[in-house]
Design a protein around this ligand. Structure first.
Ligand code: SF4
Length: 83
């Protein structure tokens, strides 16, 4: 169970979930994440630090999971450039 082998490798894949989705589908399987805002605000500097922690733990990839198609791309990109 988990991420595909090609992404996880031997060290695993470090997954960061983003919350909030603008589509609000009634059949959503991740309702808590997508529509109940269970996350917490994370400025790019903290997100960059989190990615570095994942790397130090030996993960071979950082896996962004987002319930929306548009909201987090700029945030993730700017954080990745700091890491
Ligand atoms: S995460 Fe997917 S299924 Fe859930 S509300 Fe958003 S688009 Fe719909």
């Amino acid at each position: 169970m988990g991420e595909e082998d090609v992404l996880a490798g031997r060290g695993g894949s470090g997954t960061i979930f983003f919350c909030g989705c603008n589509l609000v589908c009634v059949f959503c399987q991740s309702h808590g994440i997508s529509q109940q805002a269970l996350g917490r605000p994370m400025p790019p500097e903290l997100l960059a630090d989190l990615m570095l922690q994942i790397q130090r733990r030996g993960c071979e990839s950082v896996n962004f999971v987002t319930p929306t198609h548009v909201a987090t791309v700029d945030h993730a990109r700017s954080s990745a450039s700091m890491a």
